[in-house]
Design a protein around this ligand. Structure first.
Ligand code: GCW
Length: 717
């Protein structure tokens, strides 16, 4: 006890001494490079810089370059006009810099579009060039990543451009500063003090996003509040848009479909009503008066009670197209969410989005993207890819990933999401034969769409470390890096992040990387093994709740999904059940419906099997289920042991933060294990396999736990 108080005092002292390592600096720490040899080489190569031309973005480039090199090299790189200068770094575009123009990089530049960059280094001269200033900024951050990772910078020849043109964060932030499914404090948007008070954090937010290529942000919750469209709020939004513009970040808002009623006083929000069309057109023109490069709207309509066109017997296309027509003259887009389901429908919830949207393929305007969650239910620890990917060839579909860990341990569990994102992106839809991966669908390559995109539901709040858990930063980071390049490996990205955030020491990188790369499977094992899903606590989704059976709608319960009974467990989505598999390509459907090919990780997502079903290992399904839960809890416990071995290598403040959270994760993994094993045992009536410690609490104890104030719950308005 005394030790922990001493530590706390030390941490507070550090915080006040201004050298607090509280995680605020994210991956942009720029601490002095510790490898003396590497440092000497970098200092030699980076003594002078030339940036010709003037623009807000080039000012950002110059500021970031000087800040980074002052920190990393401990020397200040000086501006030069002399091409013969030693250790010269040249940054610019052919239109802003005669020097860059003179370098004759056209053959490379013509391949990289507006946001790409070229980096070359030869004989002590390095060039970071692009077609537009923002490409120079993206190139600089890429270059700085090399320095932060102690990578050699001589002989570089890099040509790089993003695979998606919309790379965006979705903030489920409310105007009262609560964050729906947010676990990192309150919203960073201080609406009450905007537009005149500009928190320094806004610029650090822009820097962090630009450093990973994110070029858009939706500031408000998809359970939208029309008030954001009121003129005084639009002035607040414009102030943020002005700050973000030099960093290449466009601002978008969520549009509450009933805003013509809530804000405009109209009697209807029918998208075909002329007065409604007119209201939106006027509103949108007003927005562009204040924010000339406003990105457009994200819309959640006729989903979970949100208003939408179906309230007026109109289709999703009628609603989306009305908004798209008003945005089109301004080069704005509509991102219309396909997260729709309704318990009045007897059909399997996993099938309802395809049933509603497939018939609309080809009926949306070309500036409408349909935003589709990675899986057909709801951001579960593991889901098969959403069957809409590959099923709407005439419509640009964009990915919606959840960075905030609503169903993956919220902000107290270390779970690196990169492997999950990668698993989805690499999944083969067989939409046009083999190789039609989800990544290719969202890149628009299969069907030549102009727009392509990815959205990530942000895990950002006003906690000092931005994401509640230091390792939550890695999920923001990996999301951005995969949105820039869907083919990157989540393992390589994890190593990048570790080097920039913690250390370039191989003895530190290795254990942290192994822990990160295994963490998602570990969580799946202690929460929802073998394809189980949606068995969390009701409402707040905190902790286990496989027993949840009484909710306002069946598809919000847990029993709807696991369907455990005395014979077995699982959801039959084959032809003999809901036939959700029928919505996938035949190759995919047969792969999952055939028990000899269906991966055990998806077994209970697609099949209802007897407790005595023989697994590949020879165990019964019941034994495998128990072993999975116990392995997961054991692995979570081992995370803390791994971390504690690193105490000498990590600064005390961040070490303590993570150590305390790993202690919570260890306890909560055991909680999930014991509650779920005891609950499912009440059906199987089979013994917990020998050698496994028995739960110390009863099932009744677990079912009586309640957490009315668990964080992130949606506001009751
Ligand atoms: O996962 C569910 C969340 C809701 C969220 C909804 C959605 C914003 O529990 O909080 O609402 O998804 O994606 O719209």
């Amino acid at each position: 006890m005394r030790k922990s108080i001493g530590f706390l005092f030390f941490a507070i002292l550090l915080a006040h001494s201004g050298i607090a390592e509280d995680g605020y600096r994210l991956w942009l720490r720029y601490d002095l490079i510790t490898d003396a040899q590497q440092l000497a080489l970098y200092r030699q190569s980076l003594q002078h810089y030339i940036i010709e031309g003037q623009s807000p973005t080039l000012e950002v480039v110059e500021h970031e370059l000087k800040k980074a090199l002052q920190g990393l090299l401990g020397t200040s790189i000086t501006e030069s006009t002399d091409l013969a200068s030693k250790g010269l770094l040249i940054l610019g575009t052919p239109s802003s810099s005669t020097i860059v123009k003179g370098l004759k990089l056209e053959d490379k530049l013509k391949t990289i579009g507006k946001e790409g960059f070229v980096i070359t280094s030869q004989g002590g001269r390095t060039v970071i060039a692009a077609n537009e200033d923002i490409g120079v900024l993206y190139g600089l951050f890429h270059f700085l990543r090399l320095l932060q990772s102690h990578t050699a910078i001589d002989g570089l020849s890099i040509t790089n451009k993003p695979k998606l043109n919309i790379r965006i964060l979705n903030h489920w932030d409310n105007l009262d500063r609560t964050v729906e499914r947010g676990y990192a404090g309150f919203s960073i948007w201080d609406w009450h003090k905007l537009p005149d008070y500009l928190d320094a954090r806004y610029l650090d937010y822009a820097r962090a996003n630009a450093s990973i290529g994110i070029n858009g942000t939706v500031l408000t919750n998809v359970n939208a509040n029309a008030l954001i469209l009121r003129p005084d709020y639009l002035d607040k939004v414009a102030a943020l848009a002005d700050l973000f513009r030099p960093y290449g970040i466009r601002v978008y808002l969520t549009a509450r479909f009933s805003a013509p009623i809530n804000l405009g006083g109209l009697k209807t929000a029918d998208p075909l009503d002329p007065a409604v069309k007119d209201w939106w057109k006027t509103k949108i023109d007003e927005i562009y008066e204040k924010i000339p490069d406003f990105g457009g709207f994200l819309v959640k309509a006729n989903s979970e009670g949100q208003p939408g066109p179906q309230n007026y017997n109109r289709s999703h296309a009628d609603g989306a197209n009305m908004l798209a027509d008003a945005l089109k003259p301004h080069d704005g887009i509509v991102m219309w969410r396909a997260f729709v389901y309704d318990d009045k429908e007897p059909v399997d919830r996993a099938m309802q989005a395809n049933n509603e949207f497939e018939p609309l393929d080809g009926t949306f305007r070309d500036n409408v993207l349909i935003q589709v969650k990675n899986g057909p239910i709801d951001f579960q620890p593991r889901e098969p890819f959403h069957p809409l990917f590959g099923a709407m060839p005439k419509t640009p579909l964009m990915m919606e990933f959840q960075i905030t860990q609503e169903y993956l341990g919220q902000a107290t569990h270390l779970v690196y999401l990169g492997p999950m994102f990668e698993e989805v992106l690499k999944a083969d839809t067989y939409a046009k034969g083999k190789g039609a991966t989800v990544a290719k669908v969202i890149e628009g390559k299969l069907d030549n769409h102009q727009y392509s995109g990815m959205a990530g539901v942000a895990n950002i709040g006003n906690d000092r470390n931005w994401t509640g858990h230091i390792f939550g930063q890695a999920n923001w980071y990996v999301y951005g890096r995969l949105a820039w390049d869907t083919e990157l490996s989540s393992a390589a990205i994890a190593e990048e992040w570790i080097r920039m955030t913690f250390s370039n020491d191989p003895d530190v990188i290795k254990p942290i990387k192994e822990m990160m790369l295994s963490s998602r499977e570990t969580l799946v094992k202690y929460m929802t093994p073998l394809g189980l899903h949606h068995i969390m606590g009701a409402g707040h989704h905190y902790g286990p709740g496989p027993w949840v059976s009484r909710m306002s709608r069946a598809d919000w319960t847990s029993v709807y999904y696991h369907k455990a009974d005395s014979l077995g467990i699982g959801f039959d989505r084959t032809a003999s059940g809901s036939n959700a598999l029928g919505q996938y390509s035949p190759e995919v459907a047969s792969f999952y419906s055939d028990l000899s090919t269906c991966p055990e990780a998806y077994l209970l997502w697609f099949h209802h099997l007897k407790w005595t079903y023989k697994m590949a290992s020879g165990e019964t399904l019941w034994e495998k289920l128990c072993h999975s839960y116990y392995e997961g809890a054991k692995e979570a416990k081992a995370f803390r042991q791994t971390w504690q071995k690193l105490e000498k290598a990590i600064d005390a403040d961040r070490f303590r933060q993570v150590d305390m959270l790993l202690k919570i994760q260890e306890k909560e993994a055991k909680w999930w294990r014991d509650a779920c094993v005891l609950y499912f045992q009440s059906f199987s009536k089979m013994p917990i396999p020998s050698g496994l410690e028995k739960p110390t609490e009863s099932l009744e104890y677990f079912t009586n736990l309640s957490y009315p104030y668990a964080p992130g719950i949606r506001p009751r308005w």
